[in-house]
Design a protein around this ligand. Structure first.
Ligand code: PSV
Ligand code: MN
Length: 403
């Protein structure tokens, strides 16, 4: 890599390259983000919130139509597919909405049999049900054209002595191994970790290291999923991202923001500089042929106070903003400062990119994509919200945790 900053005449080319990157961004929004949801303590209904999978896909289609970079929708099987008929209608509903199905998320945490865990449960019947459900999810993925199986377990224990850590680890390796073996060769398995919850004493997949070890054991089609909300306070997530990239083990993200725990807030809402620093690692890797790896960029947010669709549009805009700023980092100058041990200069390279107002750049990108320069304003003026509120009204059901 050249260590001298780009000449001013190269800047025009550089901006075209950045614009091309921004136009080719692909972000997946979650079906559950369009449905009624709440907290552990209760669900709050919104008039117009989606109940059926067709409505969720339609709302996701609206977000994609306005932003141009959100063509994929994650599905949570238990919440989206109450029966076979719902599954049959998915490809047509997705096509009508102008989106496609992204990751398939098995639900191995809400059935009564999962009281002591899913893959890790001491109960053989629970483990068998878990594996069978995941095999069914592979078939569902096939039916809807998805190539990503996204695994999150609520497994853990509440008390010392409740179960053997080692036995649970081995049960997990065995059960997930059976699922892995059943995947088609072009399917990706994402393995998500979470610091805590719902096990209060231990969590079977509690951090990136646990997920990474498991993925290594499973094979090259298994990669780590980083949910931004699933870390302890103060953890340096960008460092984790950089390590996973270098080990070719990063598979995807669940974008969100949290102040205390897994709060499902709009990504970048509370700590936009941290989000920029995460994207800085990703953008640096993209520019390095030895480290560039495919990554699934997904949102995992259920908005219980904000209206769901504008919150999702705002989310996409925050992601675009972080990416645009990361693309502006002058990498040769940053590397030169780092090589020289110039701490201040290195930091200022990042701060300078972060403090750049990228709104004009993003407005140009959107206009060149045939979109409104401000997707949020366009949504609020579109009449879509008023229409779904009038047509759908306020209903219960379907939407995930607490709903
Ligand atoms: C668990 O907290 C999680 O992050 C997993 O990704 C689940 O699939 C999702 O939230 C459910 O909302
Ligand atoms: Mn998640």
């Amino acid at each position: 890599m050249s260590r001298s900053p780009p000449a001013a005449s190269d800047r025009g080319l550089e901006i075209e390259r950045i614009k091309a990157r921004l136009k080719s961004q692909v972000i997946e929004t979650p079906s559950w983000g369009y449905a009624n949801s709440g907290t552990r303590f209760g669900a709050f209904r919104q008039p117009g919130a989606a109940v059926t999978i067709a409505e969720k896909l339609a709302d996701a289609g609206q977000v994609h139509r306005l932003t141009g970079v959100a063509p994929k929708v994650a599905m949570h099987v238990l919440w989206d597919l109450p029966d076979e008929a719902a599954l049959e209608g998915v490809p047509a509903a997705a096509a009508e909405a102008g989106v496609r199905v992204g990751s398939i998320n098995p639900n191995v945490f809400q059935h009564q049999s999962y009281k002591l865990g899913s893959f890790c449960s001491p109960w053989a019947a629970a483990r068998a049900a878990t594996v069978q459900h995941c095999l069914d999810c592979i078939a569902i993925a096939d039916a809807v054209g998805s190539k990503v199986l996204s695994i999150w377990l609520a497994d853990g224990t509440n008390y010392p002595g409740q179960d053997s850590f080692t036995a649970r680890k081995r049960r997990l390796e065995e059960g997930l191994g059976a699922v892995y073996q059943a995947m088609p060769a072009d399917m990706l398995m994402l393995v998500e970790y979470k610091l805590f919850e719902p096990g209060f004493y231990m969590t079977d997949l509690c951090d990136w290291g646990q997920s990474a070890l498991l993925c290594r054991r499973l094979g090259p089609q298994a990669k780590v999923l980083v949910d931004l909300g699933h870390h302890a306070q103060g953890v340096n997530i960008e460092h984790i991202v950089s390590t996973l990239v270098d080990e070719q083990l990063l598979g995807g993200f669940h974008f969100n923001n949290r102040k205390y725990a897994d709060d499902d807030l709009v990504v970048g809402a509370i700590n936009p500089y941290e989000f920029f620093l995460i994207y800085n690692e990703l953008a640096a890797a993209e520019e390095d042929p030895e480290r560039a790896i495919p990554v699934e960029y997904m949102v995992d947010q259920s908005h219980n106070l904000k209206l769901k669709i504008p919150a999702m549009v705002q989310t996409i805009m925050n992601i675009q903003t972080a990416y645009a700023k990361a693309l502006l980092v002058n990498r040769p100058a940053l590397a030169a400062a780092q090589d020289a041990g110039d701490v201040l200069a290195g930091e200022l390279e990042l701060v300078s990119a972060y403090e750049t107002d990228v709104r004009p750049l993003l407005a140009v990108v959107r206009e060149e994509m045939g979109l409104a320069p401000d997707p949020l304003a366009a949504y609020l003026a579109s009449g879509y919200q008023e229409r779904i509120e009038a047509e759908r009204g306020e209903r219960t059901g379907s939407g995930g945790l607490g709903a």
